[in-house]
Design a protein around this ligand. Structure first.
Ligand SMILES: [Zn+2]
Length: 338
């Protein structure tokens, strides 16, 4: 047995006396239970305080962590959204550029074809070039540098919406722009050349001179319709109706508008480059000597005046005072007018 010190073994009496009447109670105790109860109370208060402090610290730390986490998540989401948005923007931009480049490329190819067609037309409208016609039409016109169109092959369809594709699109746009610029320069030169050629052609006797395209007698040797002897026909006869319009085959100046027994009513027009055109057997002359006419102007009406068997236009072309076969000159225009 542990022997307690004297002050702990000393007993105390607790006397409980009612205020008015009744029995008073007494309780005899040592100090130990009071000390134990006090210690227990103190301990529980202390631990409660400690717990409280600890909990509040934890809560604070947890809250801070939560807030930090939430902020980080927000930031991450925002940057993710930003990035997604910029990727989407980039992709749509690349798509747009690619489509635009494709459209420009098709436009350029179209222009390229057009250029070739213009070239073909310019070549075609110089039919007499080989036999000296319009020999000076292209003089002074330097051959145009034709670099072709194409360059690198950028497969537009395969362009992916990646940065590499974006780079390709930019390169393609740049090269297309260069092509477009050089093509515009070439086309402008072609247009000028075509205008010069057309201007030249308007002053030459190459337009079909009446509405009818029925050739009743060709140029060259033939049996004369009156004498039946072999004779040289210095023009072509185009059968038609009385009063059909007769047109100037080319622009120029009327140098004769007269009548004689053989030619009937006739007109002679002087053109550029040593050319003349002659229109005979007219019913009516509508122009006078010295008058300027343009290609296609009505200069008279078809008839059968002079040495003629019926209504027709006798048409001649003279080159440097020598009759030439008109058909090669009129060929292009006859087919267009017929
Ligand atoms: Zn004739």
């Amino acid at each position: 047995m542990i022997r307690l010190p004297g002050w702990l073994r000393r007993r105390y009496t607790l006397l409980i006396i009612p205020e008015h009447s009744g029995t008073s109670s007494r309780l005899s105790l040592t100090i130990v239970p009071f000390l134990l109860a006090g210690a227990l109370f103190g301990l529980s208060v202390a631990s409660a305080v400690i717990l409280l402090v600890l909990r509040s610290e934890d809560a604070l730390r947890i809250r801070t962590l939560h807030e930090e986490l939430a902020a980080a998540a927000d930031e991450y989401e925002a940057s993710l959204a930003d990035r997604e948005q910029s990727i989407a923007l980039l992709q749509s931009e690349v798509r747009r550029l690619t489509e635009e480049a494709g459209a420009v490329k098709r436009k350029l190819e179209e222009l390229d074809r057009l250029e070739a067609e213009i070239e073909a037309i310019v070549e075609l409208t110089l039919p007499g070039e080989k036999n000296g016609l319009i020999s000076d039409a292209k003089s002074g016109v330097k051959p145009l540098s034709y670099g072709g169109v194409g360059g690198e092959n950028h497969p537009v369809e395969e362009a992916e919406t990646t940065e590499a594709a974006s780079q390709d699109s930019v390169q393609l746009m740049i090269s297309l722009r260069h092509e477009a610029e050089s093509m515009r320069t070439r086309l402008a030169a072609k247009k000028e050349e075509a205008a010069r050629v057309l201007e030249k052609l308007r002053m030459l006797p190459i337009a079909w001179p009446t509405d009818s395209v029925r050739i009743t007698s060709k140029f060259g040797l033939r049996s004369d319709p009156f004498t039946r002897k072999l004779a040289r026909h210095s023009g072509i006869d185009i059968g038609g109706d009385y009063g059909d319009p007769v047109y100037a085959a080319g622009g120029g100046t009327v140098i004769e508008s007269a009548y004689n027994r053989s030619r009937g009513h006739y007109i002679v027009i002087e053109h550029d480059s040593g050319y003349k055109s002659v229109y005979m057997h007219l019913r009516t002359r509508l122009v006078n000597e010295g008058q300027k006419v343009a290609q296609g102007d009505r200069i008279g009406l078809l008839g059968s005046s002079g040495r003629s068997t019926g209504p027709h236009l006798h048409f001649e072309i003279w080159k440097n005072d020598q009759a030439v076969d008109p058909l090669p000159y009129l060929h292009l225009f006859k087919e267009e007018n017929s």
